[in-house]
Design a protein around this ligand. Sequence first.
Ligand SMILES: [Zn+2]
Length: 477
Amino acid sequence: MTQYEAVIGLEIHIQLNTKSKIFCSCKADSWGDPPNSNICPVCTGQPGVLPVPNQTVIEKGATLAAAMHAEVRRESFFDRKNYFYPDLPKGYQITQYDLAIGQGGYLELPLEDGTTRRIGIEKMHIEEDAGKTIHKPGRRLVDFNRCGVPLVEMVTQPDLRSADEAATFIRTLRSLVRWIGVSDADMEKGKMRFDANVSIREAGATVLNPKTEIKNMNSIEHGREAIEVEIERQIREVEAGGTIESWTLDWDEESKTLSKMRSKETEADYRYFKEPDLLAVKLSEDQVTEIIDNLPELPSVRKERFIEKHGIPPKESGTLTSDRALSDYFEELLAAYSGEPRTAANWVINDLLGLLNDLGLAVEELYLTPARLAAIMQLVDEGTVNTSTGRELVRKTQEEKKEPAAIVEREGLAQLTDTSAIEDLCKEVIAGSPDQVEQYRSGKKGVIGWLIGQVMGKSGGKADPQAVRQILTRLLE
Ligand SMILES: [Zn+2]
């Protein structure tokens, strides 16, 4: 049977988080605002108006290009992409064509086995968004609020090989754009959305076969599903002797099916030409140097540092660098804690993330600062409280907004380390559990777990489980 591999390229639209739109001073973020409330003659394309470029858009676009290891062009141009659609009042979109802000670049894609693979960037440019058409029975409504909202469009090389890789790429890119502060990348609000170009070929081949394009996905999980369904469809089609046609497809989340929207346009249909109303976008050497110098340590670099300097495994390091605030928290925790970095990583991943999730909190909102979490970890390391009490303390400290040591004091949570007291509890349990004791003595050693549980229960969870095991074993044998 023929083995196939998927060849996937992504086109991603990222909304830059500027206050105003790209060519006028209208408010850029219209989320929750009434339709057509943030519009003006410029963004609705009235005759006689002139676009004025927003310098912050240029800077954020260049920042993203630099973070993607692309060459930031010192001179780039805006172009007109001509097409007619009701939500595009000018009849053209101002975008960048052949001389865009970024040239080349790549993103290191984290792979399952802990290594990474470079995914090349074919194009990266700045452009304005179009409006939104809303279909109602018997009529079409147009909301121009989104017209002129600044976007970066990024097109990858066809370097992705599975739906999972595509999903990981989007996740990694989303975390990067948030990290460097150029976009909220909130997919539910359409601030990051993507299309996928999908084709298949025999595994190991180098040809590129005709591809289909799945449009407008705004959820990573739905996008992953859609790509998977399309790969399977193409394999079925080819296996049955058919050919793949270059369709544009629309994914229906409800029915989990793809439907054909139209045959794909080619670029020639858009009759691009240089935007005559705008000058070239120029960035001086100093400006480019400043942009590069001001980039924070990137998540991929920090991840490597966590692996190499602190011995934290790749998967955990990936989690700890998935969000900048979380990552900074972890760095502060390491500074406050004298134990092993891996132990600190486990507390953050197993306990802190769960807590944030359950309480719906952001890292910045925590009462449980890195210093307080370090104090709890220290109490566990010193044996003042056992691990399960320590985990409860994480929650209690946050919920009660009290110092961990004060909670230990008030609730008498300090671990019972007095062996004679533990021994008394063990004797009590042994006397009260003749059946289990007999099972143990007849060779079913596993029952000791149950006996330990009984002693722990009697101690209110405060006994040192290691000590309980030792004492029980000694008494039983
Ligand atoms: Zn406007």
